[in-house]
Design a protein around this ligand. Structure first.
Ligand code: PCA
Length: 217
C-alpha cells in the first residue's frame, strides 16, 4: 500500500517571557491525523534561527512532505493569521532561544526579496469563516524566527513543483492573555479546529479562490 502524502506541521518552543507556546500545544494534538487525504506529521522546532533551520532540513529530508505548514505564536493578534508572504530579512527585536539576535541580515544571502505562500490563502480563509473560526489574511509574518521559517519553507517548496508551503500565526492562549490587560486570545480547541479546517482547505484546493481580503493599513 502506498503511503498518503504528508503534511509537515510545525510548532515552536516557548520564547521571551512565555513558558508555553500555543503553536506547539495545538500542533501536537494533530499529529498522525488524516486530513484531506494527507497524513499529518507534527514536529516541534526551537525558537532559534539556526537550530530551526537545521531541524526543518532534517524533517523534510526524512518526510518529503507534500505540504509544509508552519505555525507560530503572534501575541496581540486576535484571529488565525494566514500569512501571504515571507520576506528575506531577519531583524530580531529580542534574542532567540540560543542568544542570536540578527539585525537586518538576509534569511538566505542572494535569495529573492520575498516568497508568496503557495497554499490557497483565500480558500483557507473562506473555509475558516464558513466554520465560524475568526481568521484573516496577514501581509507580514514579522521579521523574527517565524518569518525566517516561513521563508525557508517557501524556498524549499519553490524548487519542488509538487510541494506547497505556508504559515499561520495564532493568538495567545487565554492563560497567557490573562496577565496582559486587553490582550486577545483564542482557546486551544478553537485553534486546533481552525488548523484542521485550514489544512483540509489547503489539501483539497490546488488552485486558490479569488476573494477580496485586502487592507488599507
Ligand atoms: N513566534 C515567533 C517565533 C516563534 C513563535 O511562535 C515569531 O512570530 O517569529
Amino acid at each position: 500500500m502506498s503511503h498518503p502524502p504528508c503534511i509537515l506541521l510545525t510548532g515552536f518552543t516557548p520564547f521571551g517571557e512565555d513558558t508555553v507556546n500555543p503553536s506547539w500545544e495545538a500542533v501536537r494534538v494533530l499529529h498522525d491525523q488524516r486530513i484531506g487525504g494527507h497524513r499529518v506529521v507534527s514536529r516541534l522546532l526551537p525558537t532559534a534561527f539556526e537550530a530551526s533551520r537545521r531541524e526543518l532540513e532534517r524533517a523534510v529530508a526524512e518526510l518529503a512532505p507534500a505540504i509544509l505548514l508552519g505555525v507560530g505564536q503572534a501575541g496581540g493578534r486576535s484571529r488565525l493569521s494566514i500569512e501571504r508572504v515571507a520576506i528575506n530579512v531577519q531583524d530580531a527585536r529580542l534574542p532567540d532561544n540560543d542568544g542570536a539576535q540578527p539585525i537586518d541580515e538576509p534569511v538566505l544571502a542572494g535569495g529573492p526579496a520575498a516568497y508568496f505562500s503557495t497554499l490557497p490563502v483565500k480558500a483557507m480563509l473562506a473555509a475558516l469563516h464558513a466554520q465560524g473560526v475568526p481568521a484573516e489574511v496577514s501581509n507580514t509574518a514579522g521579521t523574527y524566527v517565524c518569518n525566517h521559517l516561513a521563508y525557508l519553507m517557501l524556498h524549499h517548496a519553490a524548487a519542488r513543483p509538487s510541494t506547497r508551503a505556508g504559515f499561520i500565526h495564532i493568538p495567545y492562549l487565554p492563560a497567557q492573555a490573562a496577565r496582559l490587560a486587553g490582550a486577545p486570545s483564542m482557546a486551544l480547541e478553537d485553534v486546533v479546529h481552525g488548523l484542521t479546517v485550514a489544512m483540509h482547505a489547503a489539501a483539497t484546493h490546488l488552485v486558490d479562490e479569488k476573494l477580496g481580503a485586502g487592507t488599507l493599513d
